[in-house]
Design a protein around this ligand. Structure first.
Ligand code: ATP
Ligand code: MG
Length: 436
């Protein structure tokens, strides 16, 4: 992509409406624009990141056998009357009336919709287990939308639903999602801690929120220090036995605000970490609440009737864009982990119009593209300082700078955004490092 043509409206000044760093940087980098409170347009740069995160989530869901589908954003109110959640949900639900005066709503989640579909199709115990998911926009009319995409009203969520024959099966599905979440967040460069969370009227210990720590988190959480430290995390083989992996995490204390246990915390001494947390995912077992309401019942091997045991598993895909920035930035801007970066490398032409510089940049641009590397070429006729500032702001993992002096010396300047390390190397060596 050429920056001269790319729609990336960056802003120099700090936007006054943004209270936290990720919101400021997303506006300044031209990733999003607000449409109305808590509702955003995703501009090309922001959408590239959103899509990368979505794809990592998708791959890890597919890997555990969850099957992707797509349910609508607009749902009929009757569906929610069946589960008795239509009135219970309150003003967070956006209620709509169609031209025939039928009550509709913009879905805040999809338990009802997916259970209705499943109940209609499943007949025999052989139809289970099943895990279904979609990645779709949700709407919740939050009292206080804030912090940009972190607490929006319209937001993008992966929500998966499991259907099992018995509790043992449901626990297996839960464990699969638990480990898939560990892998998902790790691939995004995040340390997301599974924390014991409120499990509502069902009780039990099968409700975990995955939380990343950041000063701007909305609630206070407590956990064992090991859960944050690579030294301990690296001792766990995520490909190992499911229950062993889950146990090794849940054996360590970690609790969201309303689940904290001050006695345990007192006993942890220096091993206790109390910090602010951002919830990026939530997995939850709820038994037969919806399968009963929608009659998701199958015939067992002996002709008996079995009501499906269910769980649901959410990830805040759009919240993660902000969450990753909260976890990875400096004074100059964003620092993208490679796995979610909008482009892998930014190529800066310091002297547009200079034949030698233009040629060196165009050659390298083409070679990188041929090698399948996502590259953003700054071919704008602008000051070097402005180019450096924009490139640091948008946070691509690598920068290649080409100016007249470098061209003469037959080198390029190769910079790592995270460490700030710069090397003068040949264009070939830069390509080799980027394709390694
Ligand atoms: P919260 O406690 O933050 O309001 P929740 O518990 O209501 O979230 P869930 O129903 O568990 O959220 O939704 C699954 C995931 O969707 C959450 O873990 C979070 O990452 C994301 N999410 C929820 N609400 C929002 C929102 N208003 N804006 C952006 N992401 C959200
Ligand atoms: Mg939650």
């Amino acid at each position: 992509m050429r920056l001269s043509r790319f729609f990336m409206p960056t802003i120099k000044e700090t936007p006054s409406e943004a209270q936290i760093v990720s919101h400021r940087l997303m506006l300044r980098a031209g990733m999003i624009r607000q449409s109305s409170a808590g509702i955003y347009s995703w501009l090309p740069l922001g959408l590239r990141v959103l899509r990368k995160i979505e794809q990592i989530v998708r791959e890890e869901q597919d890997a555990i056998g969850a099957q992707e589908m797509l349910m609508p954003t607009i749902q009929p109110a009757d569906l929610w009357r069946k589960s008795e959640r239509y009135d219970a949900y309150g003003p967070e639900m956006l209620r709509i009336t169609d031209r025939h005066d039928r009550d509709m709503l913009y879905g805040p989640t999809n338990e009802e919709q997916v259970t209705e579909i499943f109940a209609d199709a499943a007949k025999s115990y052989r139809d289970l287990p099943k895990m279904l998911y979609h990645i779709q926009w949700k709407f919740r009319d939050e009292v206080r939308p804030r912090f940009g995409v972190m607490r929006g009203r319209e937001f993008f969520m992966k929500d998966a639903y499991s259907f099992d024959l018995d509790f043992e099966g449901a626990k297996r599905s839960y464990n699969k999602q638990f480990v898939a979440y560990l892998k998902t967040f790790k691939r995004m460069g995040l340390t997301a801690i599974p924390m014991k969370a409120d499990s509502g009227p069902i009780g039990g210990d099968m409700s975990h929120e995955f939380v990343i720590l950041a000063d701007t988190g909305e609630s206070e959480v407590g956990c064992h220090r090991d859960l944050l430290e690579n030294e301990w995390l690296n001792t766990i083989d995520l490909e190992g036995d499911l229950q062993v992996v889950v146990d090794s995490f849940t054996d360590k204390y970690a609790a969201t605000d309303d689940e904290r246990d001050l006695d345990i915390e007192g006993s942890l001494g220096d091993d206790l970490v109390v910090a602010r947390g951002i919830e990026v995912g939530h997995i939850f077992f709820f038994g037969t609440k919806y399968s009963k309401a929608f009659n998701a019942v199958v015939t067992g091997p002996g002709g008996d009737e079995i009501t499906a045991e269910m769980g649901s598993y959410g990830i805040g895909v759009s919240r993660l864009v902000g969450g990753i920035i909260e976890a990875s930035h400096d004074d100059d801007g964003i620092i993208w982990p490679e796995s979610v970066a909008p482009f892998k490398v930014g190529l800066i032409n310091l002297k547009v119009g200079d034949d030698e510089c233009d040629k060196a940049c165009e050659d390298l641009y083409r070679q990188l593209q041929d090698a399948g590397i996502e590259v953003l070429l700054d071919d704008r006729d602008a000051r070097a300082g402005a180019k450096f500032a924009d490139m640091d702001l948008i946070g691509l993992p690598w920068q290649v700078v080409i100016g007249p002096k470098a061209v003469e010396a037959g080198v390029v300047e190769f910079k790592n955004r995270a460490s700030g390390d710069r090397q003068e190397i040949s264009a070939e060596a830069a390509i080799a490092q980027l394709t390694a």
